[in-house]
Design a protein around this ligand. Structure first.
Ligand SMILES: *[C@@H]1O[C@H](CO)[C@@H](O)[C@H](O)[C@H]1NC(C)=O
Ligand SMILES: *[C@@H]1O[C@H](CO)[C@@H](O)[C@H](O)[C@H]1NC(C)=O
Ligand SMILES: *[C@@H]1O[C@H](CO)[C@@H](O)[C@H](O)[C@H]1NC(C)=O
Length: 623
């Protein structure tokens, strides 16, 4: 149902002083005010004047006929009430009575200022031209760094959740803060020129985009990558089209879209633009991520080490063959591969007594062999049943695949689920330096610590690479998730970073273990990798580095900041997966690191896992 056509005119000159006789009534700008919440919330208003600028299934939007000259106060507002709007046509100049309301559907969301219970709707005249505001031309460009004055300059600062926007209700500063910018346009009809999709849409087709305005963090593929204190408030999500059409669900990061015109609305926890009609992909981005350029020599001088969260992998998983293909074709069968989210042999089947993942890992090894001719060995430690979180019955754990022609476990002594491995100094062979030894190899890191309640325990191992004089050490980890986080656009400021306290404790325990190794041998080659579920510039990662002395490999290998991503969430391409290395590896000039975007570039249906794998090249000879 297409409800309207639009005549785009160059100016808003029609909004003349014709109706100055009605000044006694509140203007839309006065109703909106210069803060997030209206000072008139809950009050009845009469004779509100505006021109209908768009219509939706449950209401319509009007723009003031008597605008003020304050850019902070929006000149438009949503009128909720479908029956009343059905007879109206875009371009009708109307007056109405109603009630000023603040609406939200969840206590963590911000409110939408609207007029409810409209009545006495009178069409004064019709056929007025309606011009959308072009963002960045008729409005300032959206701020690119900060979301809100209540975030203390860092949206990931701790403690978080210390204020509510709706209680503080600050005066809007739309040229400084992203949320203030979008709020200052609440209800307005706007146009985004040359939009780019920055992430796969959700199942409803809601699509995050950035327009042709100045943006920070643009990666080479067209997404926006977050960085320290910059989580991209210049992006906006395009919600359900007003004409009943549906946005495509097949778009993906980097797709260029046709121009979008729609109304600014706050709904489901986000400022969004409801387009007049479905968005359209003009020029799709490539989904084929290049394979790694790193070349192994299967020798300590040039060893490739990968890491991949394989998202609830079980022998029956439909995506197992594609994970194997990524390992073979994109990672080029690395010598050592850290895996996270490996499920037991019966996947999510619960209470069947199965906890071993030998079948899962064997199935993956077989699939890799049949594609690439490389035969991996594997090692893991099965958790205590249902003690490590994740999908019930799945018993996810971390595991290693390794190529026996390149690496082997150094003095293997596999621990059980409750055995805590320790680094001790073992006497070296005659005339050789002593090297740290792990009491269980592989072994879990302090599995009885309360920081690991209902979550995965890290798996440490010591390895000997072909040609190496000394072992190198790895910690494969998967810290607690961000479940329970609140929206970056939400009421709670700074937004709640779900699980951050758990990860802080886990960072401490993981780092303290690594420090044991480096205290014994400050020149040891140590690699900690996996799904940290945290950004490198946030508290837990800082604690991890500070205690362990480990270095972010993205920094050490000088990966450009905007290319550091393994995941896409809401508006941000971001890195939840990392490698951290000991100073000996960080300072070696031959160290390399790459993120392989097989999943963040794919459309939703083509994603194999929710994370991208990463791969590094190291000299671990230790001489
Ligand atoms: C913010 O609002 C929520 C929901 O109403 C409430 O539970 C919480 O206590 C508030 N937080 C602060 C810091 O006022
Ligand atoms: C899994 O494999 C390990 C050796 O890697 C072996 O010790 C263990 O018994 C196996 N578990 C099962 C249930 O087959
Ligand atoms: C790490 O944990 C230890 C032991 O619980 C505690 O004493 C120390 O303060 C913690 N360090 C940090 C930085 O959290």
């Amino acid at each position: 149902m297409r409800t309207s056509t639009f005549t785009v005119v160059a100016s808003l000159g029609w909004a003349s002083a014709t109706f100055q006789s009605l000044v006694a009534a509140l203007t839309i700008a006065e109703i909106n005010g210069n803060r997030f919440l209206s000072q008139y919330a809950g009050q009845s208003v009469t004779g509100v004047e505006g021109v209908v600028i768009a219509k939706g299934p449950s209401g319509f939007w009007i723009r003031s006929t008597t605008p003020d000259d304050d850019p902070i106060t929006s000149e438009a507002i949503y009128v909720f009430g479908s029956g009343v709007g059905s007879k109206l046509v875009v371009g009708d100049r109307i007056s109405l009575d109603g009630k000023v309301s603040e609406y939200r559907s969840n206590a963590n969301y911000m409110y939408l200022t609207e007029i409810t219970s409209p009545k006495n709707v009178k069409v004064v005249s019709s056929g007025h031209a309606v011009a959308p505001l072009v963002i960045g031309q008729d409005t300032p460009s959206p701020p690119t760094v900060q979301y809100s004055s209540l975030d203390g300059g860092d949206i990931y600062a701790l403690p978080n959740g210390v204020a509510n926007m709706s209680e503080a209700n600050p005066v809007l500063e739309p040229t400084k803060y992203g949320l203030d910018f979008w709020e200052s346009l609440s209800g307005e009809l706007v146009t985004i020129k040359r939009p780019t999709a920055i992430k796969t849409p959700n199942k409803y087709g809601d699509t995050w985009v950035v327009g042709d305005w100045a943006a920070t963090g643009r990666n080479k593929h067209g997404g926006l990558t977050m960085s320290d204190k910059d989580s991209n408030p210049e992006a906006i999500i395009i919600g359900s089209p007003l004409d009943g059409t549906s946005n495509p669900t097949t778009s993906k990061m980097g797709d260029e879209l046709d121009e979008i015109t729609g109304v600014v609305q706050h709904a489901y926890g986000f400022y969004s633009i409801l387009p007049l009609t479905a968005i359209k992909v003009a020029s799709p981005a490539s989904a084929s991520a290049p394979p790694t350029s790193l070349v192994s020599r299967h020798h300590c001088k040039a060893l490739t080490v990968g890491s991949y969260n394989v998202e609830n992998l079980a022998p029956s998983s439909a995506h197992l063959a594609q994970i194997a293909a990524h390992i073979v074709y994109h990672l080029k069968t690395p010598d050592l591969l850290f895996l996270q989210e490996v499920q037991d042999d019966t996947g999510p089947t619960d209470k069947d007594g199965v906890v071993s993942a030998n079948g899962t890992l064997s199935a993956l090894v077989d699939a890799v062999r049949s594609l690439g001719g490389v035969t991996y060995d594997f090692t893991d430690i099965e958790p205590v049943a249902n003690a490590d979180g994740g999908q019930p019955g799945g018993n996810i754990r971390v595991a290693y695949l390794y190529r026996p022609d390149a690496v082997s476990l150094h003095e293997p002594n596999r621990g059980g689920p409750e055995d805590a491995t320790q680094a001790v100094l073992a006497p070296g062979p005659k005339g050789k330096l002593a090297a740290p030894k792990l009491t269980f190899n592989p072994g879990r890191v302090k599995p009885d610590s309360p920081v690991w309640a209902s979550t995965r325990k890290p798996l440490a191992a010591a390895w000997k690479a072909r040609g190496a004089k000394r072992p190198f050490y790895t910690v494969n980890l998967h810290w607690s998730s961000k479940g329970g986080s609140t929206s970056l656009h939400g009421d709670v400021r700074p937004p709640v970073n779900g699980g951050v306290d758990a990860r802080m404790g886990q960072a401490n325990v993981t780092a303290t273990f690594i420090k044991q190794i480096l205290d014994l041998d400050p020149t040891a080659n140590v690699i900690a990798a996996g799904d940290f579920n945290e950004f490198s510039f946030v508290g837990p990662m800082k604690t991890f580095s500070a205690i362990s002395g480990m270095v972010d490999l993205d920094e050490a290998a000088k990966v450009p900041v905007q290319e550091r991503y393994t995941y896409a969430y809401d508006m941000n391409a971001q890195a939840l997966d990392h490698m951290y290395v000991s100073p000996a590896l960080a300072h070696r000039r031959t160290t390399r690191f790459e993120h392989i975007h097989v999943n963040t570039w794919a459309s939703f249906d083509d994603m194999v896992s929710d994370h991208d794998p990463s791969i590094a090249l190291f000299n671990v000879c230790g001489c």
